[in-house]
Design a protein. Sequence first.
Length: 285
Amino acid sequence: MTERRSSGRWAEPAEPVAVEIDVLIPTAGRVAELAVTLAGLAAQDGPPFGVIVSDQSDDGEPVRHPSVQAMVRVLRAEGHPVELVRHVPRRGLAEHRQSLLERSSAPAVLFLDDDVWLEPGQLERLWRALGALGCGFVGSAVQGLSYLDDERPHQQESFELWSGGVAPERIRRGTPGFERWPLHNAANLAHIARRTALPPEGWAAYKIAWVGGCVLFRRDALVASGGFVFDRELPEGHSGEDVAAQWRVMERFGGAGILPSGAVHLESPTTVPDRSVDVFDVALD
């Protein structure tokens, strides 16, 4: 594990490092949430990572806000390269994610939503899991901690640990694997983690329908599976592009969720109210 540069070294020139993970953050119109997301990254130790924030807000103000700039400075002082990009006009979620992927060059890419706080050590946990499992991606399903007192056993019945490695899997609406989607509602994973004994490595891989908000891909696997480019032209009002991309990776390389999650959803209102088209329903075979 690579330790963060502590505050006693912030004034020293940062030595260039080989970045292992590019953290890719698409954002639009959020200030407080983006600052919290970056603060979570600033508390992570190794592996060496860089950050690319791609902003589609109307005025570009969020990335210039003092709270966001402060966290950018902390990350850079710790030795993490940070790139702030303005990406307009909007052409939909899939195009935005693809533009971030094309800017990346590290062996692994973490697509992190702009309203997710990561527990310290979670990036290292995901990295170790991806290397150990050898699959196409691993993910931390975001948890809404306002639901800690709302246990939902009926939504947890499909929870199943992977045994003997992660295998490729084909998921579509109507297949048995699709029915796992309620696992990631509310704080279900926090409740599952409470009663699940973890192996010595401190994490366990489980079967998913998909993971939203925090997904670490092998970059070569995501690119080989088509990334976020789809044969069908998509209307701007779409969602589910991340699901479709994950399903294509899962079919060839496999994918898994990681327990414990370590990812907290800030539970802010969505910035994408028009979700009239689910990409995974219209753009896959």
